[in-house]
Design a binder for this molecule. Structure first.
Ligand SMILES: Cc1cc2nc3c(=O)[nH]c(=O)nc-3n(C[C@H](O)[C@H](O)[C@H](O)COP(=O)(O)OP(=O)(O)OC[C@H]3O[C@@H](n4cnc5c(N)ncnc54)[C@H](O)[C@@H]3O)c2cc1C
Length: 398
């Protein structure tokens, strides 16, 4: 996590972690006159180069625009009105505006992060990269603090009114919450992973293609009109070294190919293997330490929910902290964890459902169940609408 903030009559708030959750929370609080300090243990270059999510729900786009960090997104982001679902012999388009009146946007998480960092460094509160030994302390009282070592090696203490644990799955905040509150963890590890590539080639489809194939799942996605993002399902024990570019393109061509629509290959610029996991930690609060984003929950990427959930969390958390720090009312911080977790579980279910429907595992019986579900979504408007509503993002319960 990596932010701290302070209000008029007190100390700043501190965010631990400069991912999308920590940076956006800091921005939302700054716009409400609450100071924050964001602490990030990596360098700016490292954070800005990380390739991750790329699908933004409407509420995410609106939140970024309202926060004054949506100019480039509105210029360069690609609005998408649907997705294709594919299985042998069928490529079916789901039209989101027709089904639910909403759409999604393709704009890389890398770009979202760059826009937020630029805004923060231009006119925002402090954002400290390269810190270490970050430790949230005294979180059960009204005056928590964060001890850390700055990039020059000097020990520092940040006195706060509240601390946001936005430091992702491997951060230091969640262990502090779970050590001090009765709570629960839920975890599901899926028996497959995604091998993802970025390639300098125009996308071979105007919309994303989610493909079920006897060899395994594949996804055709994009980052811009000239850059494709593609994934193939692999075994989690696979090594990237065993997947030269030719092998990846062959697998993609087999799984995504349709009559009359060959997949265009191009130079691969990034390659990685992403494990598939569902994880939820409750509650998302201990005293004045609040978890948001991947620090509290992980979803498999099939439903494109991770980044959007992080944004939904900090939308709720910003409202709650403004109420606490400016009006001294605790109702929204007291209900924050339950309200955030309700959305987390909805997205966890949707991500699990998409993942289970599209990835090959198990035997032929499982395959027939998956194909039956896919046919149902493609033929029933009610089933398609359920997918569209969840994919484009349900309204946030503020
Ligand atoms: C490898 C990977 C690939 C992904 N790919 C996809 C994808 O293809 N599609 C998709 O939809 N979603 C994807 N996701 C999910 C999505 O990127 C996340 O849900 C999203 O990044 C959550 O944002 P966050 O701010 O909560 O956490 P993060 O983005 O993880 O940010 C946390 C920040 O905290 C910092 N930090 C950690 N520990 C400390 C510490 N002790 N002190 C200070 N700072 C600390 C980290 O360096 C990081 O900058 C991926 C996630 C990962 C990890």
């Amino acid at each position: 996590m990596g932010s701290g903030s302070h209000s008029d009559d007190a100390h700043p708030g501190g965010d631990i972690g400069a991912g999308p959750a920590g940076l956006l929370l800091s921005r939302l609080l700054q716009l409400q006159g609450i100071d924050t300090v964001v602490l990030e243990n990596r360098s700016r270059e490292y954070v800005e180069a990380r390739i991750r999510a790329g699908i933004l729900e409407e509420h995410t786009v609106q939140t970024l625009v309202d926060a004054g960090v949506g100019d480039r997104l509105q210029r360069e982001g690609l609005p998408h009105d649907g997705i294709y679902l594919q299985y042998p012999g069928v490529r079916h388009h789901l039209d989101f505006p027709d089904l639910c009146g909403r759409r999604v946007w393709v704009y890389g998480q890398t770009e979202v992060t760059r826009d937020l960092i630029t805004a923060q460094l231009d006119d925002g509160p402090p954002l400290l990269f390269g810190v270490s030994d970050v430790s949230p302390e005294d979180v059960d009282g009204d005056a928590p603090r964060i001890r850390f070592t700055d990039a020059d090696g000097n020990p520092q203490v940040l006195e706060c009114d509240a601390i946001a644990g936005t430091d992702g799955f491997h951060g230091v905040s969640r262990p502090v919450v779970t050590a001090g509150t009765p709570g629960r963890l839920w975890e599901r590890t899926y028996p497959y992973a995604w091998l993802g590539i970025l390639a300098d080639v125009a996308p071979s489809s105007e919309e994303l293609v989610y493909a079920w194939h006897p060899d395994g799942f594949a996804l055709l996605s994009m980052r811009s009109p000239a850059v494709s993002r593609l994934y193939v399902q692999v075994d989690p024990t696979e090594k990237i070294a065993d997947w030269p570019d030719e092998r990846i393109w062959e697998a993609l061509g087999t799984r995504l190919g349709v009559d009359g629509g060959a997949l265009q290959a191009g130079p691969v610029t990034e390659k990685s293997i992403l494990p598939m996991r569902s994880f939820v930690s409750a509650p998302m609060r201990r005293g004045r330490l609040f978890l948001a984003g991947d620090a509290a929950h992980i979803v498999p990427p099939t439903g494109a929910k991770g980044l959007n959930l992080a944004v939904a969390d900090v939308t709720l958390l910003a409202d709650a902290l403004v109420r606490l720090l400016k009006k001294h009312q605790t109702d929204l911080v007291d209900s924050y964890s339950d309200r955030a977790l309700a959305r987390v579980w909805r997205c966890t279910h949707f991500s699990w459902w998409m993942t289970s429907m599209l990835h090959r595992s198990g035997d032929d019986f499982d395959a027939e169940l998956q194909l039956s579900q896919l046919r149902r979504v493609c033929r029933s408007e009610a089933a398609a609408r359920e997918l569209a509503e969840n994919y484009t993002g349900l309204p946030i319960d503020r």
